[in-house]
Design a protein around this ligand. Structure first.
Ligand code: FMN
Length: 329
């Protein structure tokens, strides 16, 4: 592998969804152009061109123990996981479809990331052989692209892209929420977003070339007063009546709400080292899962067996998809 002044050559892998040559891909390529200029190798993988089946949730299945290659599904999922593990930086771009990233993104997330890639588990239980020498805090950049003229039509885009980053401790150093970019090539009519994509690439590149032991909360993107959460730099919050606080829907941070003299919402975000962008936040989550199994589920599991069998055998309404029906020839 070629060497640079900073040592072994680094690699950023960009996973992109949406149309081939579409708006998302254009912004991702602008970011990669900036990264490549910094002497970093780049790869672009089109998720829509991968053969990717939904995760079967064979809980604690072979992929946990033996790694992605042992997955029971024979498709491009394991290859995608290896591509991620062998990278030093991560970019994910996707168009918004019905408020959220297009569906392939969640299949990608569930197959490549999730509990089996959870670095918090590896810190307590030891790093599995298949991940050895590939555990790092990778910097990441997220690009969500929506066509609607109103931003709220893209509400779950960035938030959902973020959900691919928690387990493997990908630290998002920059993100961009594009809206009003709908038709083929329209990405190129927005010089502002093109510049943002270049800066996003430079920010990811900088973070890749200057690895920190702990990149948590090391944001390199623009500081925008319009963002609610100062931890993950998104604005999707859970706001329930009767509370004087909100919770960030992405990272889980708690923000206190007040109103200024003009009646505008103001947030203050107490110090927090236990949101889910942090290793401690994920330890807490692992502990709540264990507590649930030990205290709530296990003591009563025998009591439900008979009823469970009845529901499992309840097949009278199940309809088989044409692909699962016996062939007529
Ligand atoms: C099925 C479908 C649903 C869409 N829903 C939304 C939406 O909810 N909000 C939005 O802003 N744009 C929506 N769009 C528009 C796309 O986000 C937009 O065209 C985008 O530029 C496509 O990116 P691409 O060229 O990278 O594929 C939708 C497009 C499709 C095909």
């Amino acid at each position: 592998m070629a060497e640079t002044v900073r040592g072994a050559k680094k690699k950023v892998v960009a996973f992109t969804a949406g149309r081939r040559g579409g708006n998302t891909e254009i912004y991702v390529k602008i970011a990669l152009e900036a990264i490549a200029k910094m002497g970093i190798d780049c790869e672009l993988i089109r998720l829509h061109e991968c053969n990717l089946m939904p995760c079967k949730d064979c809980l604690r299945g072979p992929c946990y123990v033996k790694g992605p290659a042992a997955c029971i599904l024979k498709d491009d999922g394991p290859w995608l996981a290896e591509k991620f593990l062998d990278s030093d930086g991560y970019i994910l771009g996707a168009p918004v479809w019905s408020l959220s990233p297009c569906g392939v993104v969640t299949d990608f997330r569930d197959r490549v990331f999730g509990p089996k890639m959870d670095q918090a588990m590896w810190e307590t239980d030891g790093i599995p052989d298949w991940a050895k020498n590939r555990v790092k805090q990778r910097p990441g950049g997220l690009i969500s692209v929506g066509g609607a003229l109103t931003e709220h039509w893209t509400s779950l885009g960035l938030a959902t892209l973020y959900t691919t980053t928690f387990s493997a401790q990908t630290n998002v150093v920059d993100n961009m929420n594009v809206y009003q970019v709908a038709d083929p090539g329209e990405a190129l009519m927005r010089k502002d977003y093109m510049t943002r994509a270049k800066y996003l690439g430079q920010n990811v590149g900088h973070a890749v070339l200057n690895p920190q032991k702990d990149w948590e909360n090391k944001w390199l993107g623009e500081l925008d007063d319009g963002e609610a959460c100062p931890g993950c730099h998104t604005s999707l919050v859970m706001a329930k009546p009767g509370r004087n606080y909100v919770e960030c829907a992405v990272c889980g941070r708690k923000g206190m709400i007040t109103l200024d003299k003009d009646g505008n919402i103001c947030y203050s975000w107490p110090e927090d080292n236990k949101n889910r962008l942090t290793m401690m936040g994920k330890f807490d989550h692992a502990r709540e899962i264990n507590r649930h199994t030990e205290d709530i589920y296990s003591p009563h599991v025998e009591e439900i067996q008979e009823e469970l069998k009845r529901y499992r055998e309840m097949e009278q309404w199940s309809v088989k998809a044409p692909s699962k029906q016996p062939s007529k020839v």
